[in-house]
Write a protein that binds this ligand. Sequence first.
Ligand SMILES: NC(=O)C1=CN([C@@H]2O[C@H](COP(=O)(O)OP(=O)(O)OC[C@H]3O[C@@H](n4cnc5c(N)ncnc54)[C@H](OP(=O)(O)O)[C@@H]3O)[C@@H](O)[C@H]2O)[C@@H](O)CC1
Ligand SMILES: [K+]
Length: 485
Amino acid sequence: MFEVLTTEQMYEADRRTIEAGTSGDVLMENAGASVVAEIVSRWTTRAATVLCGPGNNGGDGFVIARLLRNAGWSVRLGLLGDVEKLTGDAALNAGRWEGAVERLSPALLVGADLVVDCLFGAGLARPIEGDLASLVQAVNDSGVPVVAVDVPSGVDGNSGEVRGISVKANVTVTFCRPKPGHYLLPGRILCGQVIVRDIGIADQTIRDIRPMLVCNEPGVWRAGINWPGVDGHKYHRGHLLVIGGATMTGAGRLVARAARRAGAGLLTVVAEPASLSVYAADSPGIMTAPIATLDDLLKDCRHNALVIGPGFGVGDETCSRIITLLHYCRCTVLDADALTSFAEQPSTLFFAIQGPTVLTPHEGEFARLFPDIEGDKLSRARAAAKRSGATVLIKGADTVVAAPDGRAAINTIDAPWLATAGSGDVLAGIIGGLMAQGMEMFDAACMGAWLHARAGGDIGPGLIAEDIPHHLPVLLGQLWRGVPK
Ligand SMILES: NC(=O)C1=CN([C@@H]2O[C@H](COP(=O)(O)OP(=O)(O)OC[C@H]3O[C@@H](n4cnc5c(N)ncnc54)[C@H](OP(=O)(O)O)[C@@H]3O)[C@@H](O)[C@H]2O)[C@@H](O)CC1
Ligand SMILES: [K+]
């Protein structure tokens, strides 16, 4: 149940379900009933205004209006366009509605205790403009709670982008599976709480469609975790090299702490000799080595993973160092300065990537490395992964991970507390630590992003980056014991 479907895939699931014998009428009735179930579980009987559009999203609205009225609510319904022009299941349900069908106008909001937004769902085809835009603005200004059906009208289900203007909902009830727009910004904020309800589309139908996008939840990558066996040896858990900066040692130290907490068996910080004592003093469990020995270290295949970038410094020297490192095809995480250093020559980097590599840019670093890739975060991450041959993780409130083969995952956990210095270094360290233990790069990036976000959510206000590694044993312990699912 982790799949995320594009609007086109949702239409396809709908079509296959109807073809297999469940009528569109039944699906619409189930959709409307599921919204009403969510409404009555939150609000006592009161006055609702249902705003209906000219398609099936509006059709859902007619079902909702009828069922709410049957439940004793006082309901007003407004429709965009003429009722005679409705077709299919929407027309059928308009015929079942015994109340008045009013013209859409802000007057419909007067006296309403709840607004149900059924203007546009998956079929939003262009920006909302003119009188309709004024109505949406009036809804948002009214202070009345809003339940959006499928998506808040104006939010593009595939990208989360706003077309013209969007309803701002308190709760969004969608059907069968969520869409990218429920989790990508700004859609994520405009949806309020997202509820996904079953309306009778079989899980097998969804599997047959083979969606390549998932919510980043443990079920996606749990099977890829390499827990140590009873006879586990530290050398079975990998030996990670953290390439530390000469002066900005804090970043490398955070990477090292996080990677060890994530389970790397051994860890060596490789840096300029003058800074090694700083790294060594941070933690008695790490080893250190002068950077001049890096090539020799990499000739020993037990050094199977490396993280470079945080605090390392930007420049040509960083570029040539990274090109040499990539030649060894170790599991590699490139972050921060490692990405910015290639701003002038990104293709040199992409050409050198041969082994399992994860890039972890924030939006600024992404724009430097992929200046011509535009669009929503998901499309950009996918295009960047395809071009670079690396797994690309774009950080932010809606962190997206994309693999070169087209798989992608979106984070669904809200953790604004992670917006603090050093937090990204910790993420790079966690991913490096997981890859050192043999986890596949896409799984490692997803699991790293999940652990990071969960830690952020659990720790909450007051979080500093150092707290995140400290919290990992709690989360890893839960995963090891089989929770959360
Ligand atoms: N999938 C499922 O499993 C199920 C889906 N169900 C529901 O169906 C919904 C999808 O229905 P849908 O395809 O009819 O599209 P919908 O969102 O109603 O909009 C299309 C209409 O809006 C119009 N229009 C578009 N943009 C506009 C604009 N800016 N300004 C003005 N007009 C605009 C557009 O006009 P046109 O472009 O044709 O001129 C067309 O008339 C889905 O979201 C879910 O709620 C459930 O009932 C059952 C199971
Ligand atoms: K809607």
